[in-house]
Design a protein around this ligand. Structure first.
Ligand code: IFM
Length: 475
């Protein structure tokens, strides 16, 4: 039952799923406890120069030990669902392939704690923490990793299948493939253009094999999902060259995953754009059928900002202003000659523009391309230079504004016919922001990294109201 909303509030449909999201390596810590093996992010963060200030996820926000308190916070927030990820190296720590029961037990306890508070568990099976033993055998460059992923997924589903509301195979495979193996700004830090495309295919394969592998173990009414960080790509002008630049980026950012996963085919233009890099011979007979064999019933979309591109003049190499492109290699194979254009501000602490119109447009586009597929926003949020005020509170008006703008865009999309079922704010807690370490705070709850004290920010209070009223209040 929702509490009544004030005049002018933007009311969401009954049953709209309000949630919050985190990921294992970003919050858990306990990097060597209960048999957990190393992941590529342990190796990467312990390599000097890879992560800002030498930060690591060794302790993170100690969620592994504090999960009960964190679930209690979610209870206070009132959310209906919690999107977390399972750390593969906790479940299959070493090359022997033996399953670590203590790892499974942790997630089982977490799920029970959530259910005890009436919060639906939404489990992501892979949020970037590949076991190091798999990377030692070429990681996502190796087709075999997809099969190992399906085996691991089945183990998790066997234990949690009766209690998990939504199963998500992968989080943002674009980042895994193109930041991990292309630009090298993410673990494992490789800068091999051909491998990045191969990795994208193996991630697609992993998704399909895993959905089929978990099917016998999960309850029939659970949702089967994948979360993509779809880029809303806009051409800077309506010149044919700029429109073609946007098409190229759309192919390797979005359709490289949407095509195989949802329609069982790769886009022909992607093959043409990348023909100088690979002949895609790693796509074997039967792969596309395997990728799309078990249908996705809910598509998760992560949205932070739109992407503006144009055809570069002269010799300018691809130069990304979206925080993704500054490694030694390119995260944009097939986009040679495309220039990423800085958009007007305001900018978050990540340097990302605040533009909720991109969310509206993206939802419209996906809904038109896949009219019968329910959607959820599985991440949306912003990092700011938060401070603790003299009153001990964290007043974060910019995050409140960001949240309000994006919720209002989501509301407008629903009013205009998009089948949007839920929204998950990123993130519940300040946490380890990958190559930025702890320097960027995305949480609606502040974490003091010295004491691990949690302090709900003003944005937490706004979101609490939104959830309670099933509506965005108007100021
Ligand atoms: O923190 C990340 C998250 O792990 C994946 N999506 C984007 C977030 C903000 O960069």
């Amino acid at each position: 039952m929702s509490t009544p909303a004030g005049p002018g509030a933007l009311q969401f449909p009954p049953g709209f799923l309000w949630g919050t999201a985190t990921a294992s390596y970003q919050i858990e810590g306990a990097f060597d406890e209960d048999g957990r093996g190393p992941s590529i992010w342990d190796t990467f963060s312990h390599t000097p120069g890879k992560v800002q200030d030498g930060d690591t996820g060794d302790v993170a926000v100690d969620h592994y030990h504090r999960y009960r308190d964190d679930v209690a916070l979610m209870g206070e927030l009132g959310v209906h669902a919690y999107r977390f990820s399972v750390a593969w190296p906790r479940i299959v720590p070493a090359a022997s392939g033996a399953v670590e029961q203590r790892g499974l037990d942790f997630y089982s306890r977490l799920v029970d704690e959530l259910l005890g508070k009436g919060i639906a568990p939404v489990a992501t099976l892979y949020h970037w923490d590949l076991p190091q033993w798999l990377e030692d055998a070429d990681g996502w460059g190796n087709r075999d990793t997809a099969y190992r992923f399906a085996e691991y997924a089945a183990e998790v589903a066997r234990v949690l299948g009766d209690r998990v509301h939504t199963w998500t195979t992968l989080n943002e495979p674009w980042c895994s493939a193109f930041l991990g193996y292309g630009s090298g700004v993410h673990a494992p830090g490789r800068t091999e253009t051909e491998t990045s495309l191969r990795a994208a295919h193996h991630l697609n394969l992993a998704h399909g094999l895993a959905l089929s592998a978990i099917a016998p173990h999960v309850s029939a009414d659970s949702q089967k999902s994948v979360t993509l960080n779809l880029h809303h790509v806009r051409p800077a002008t309506d010149s044919p060259a700029d429109i073609d630049a946007a098409r190229r980026v759309d192919a390797v950012a979005n359709r490289v995953f949407l095509g195989p996963m949802l329609s069982g085919e790769y886009p022909a233009d992607l093959f043409a754009d990348t023909e100088a890099i690979t002949d895609w011979g790693f796509v074997q007979e039967g792969d596309l059928a395997a990728i799309s064999a078990t249908p996705v019933t809910l598509l998760g979309i992560n949205y932070y900002n739109p992407t503006l591109v144009r055809a570069a003049e002269g010799e300018r190499a691809a130069d990304a202003f979206d925080g993704h492109g500054n490694g030694a290699g390119t995260p944009w194979p097939g986009c040679e000659g495309v220039e990423f254009v800085q958009q007007p501000g305001p900018y978050t602490a990540m340097g990302w523009p605040v533009d909720e119109s991109g969310l509206y447009d993206l939802l419209q586009r996906v809904s038109k391309d896949y009219p019968s597929l329910p959607l959820a926003i599985t991440e949306n949020g912003s990092a700011w230079e938060d401070e603790v005020s003299a009153d001990g509170e964290v007043h974060d008006p910019q995050r409140v504004d960001y949240l309000s703008r994006h919720l209002s865009a989501a509301h407008r999309a629903i009013a205009d016919g998009v089948d949007l079922r839920g929204y998950f704010v990123w993130s519940l807690l300040d946490n380890f922001e990958w190559a930025y370490g702890y320097s960027k705070r995305f949480g609606i709850v502040r974490v003091d990294y010295d004491t691990q004290q949690r302090t709900p920010k003003d944005s937490f209070k706004l979101y609490q109201q939104v959830v309670a009223q099933n509506a965005l209040p108007q100021a």
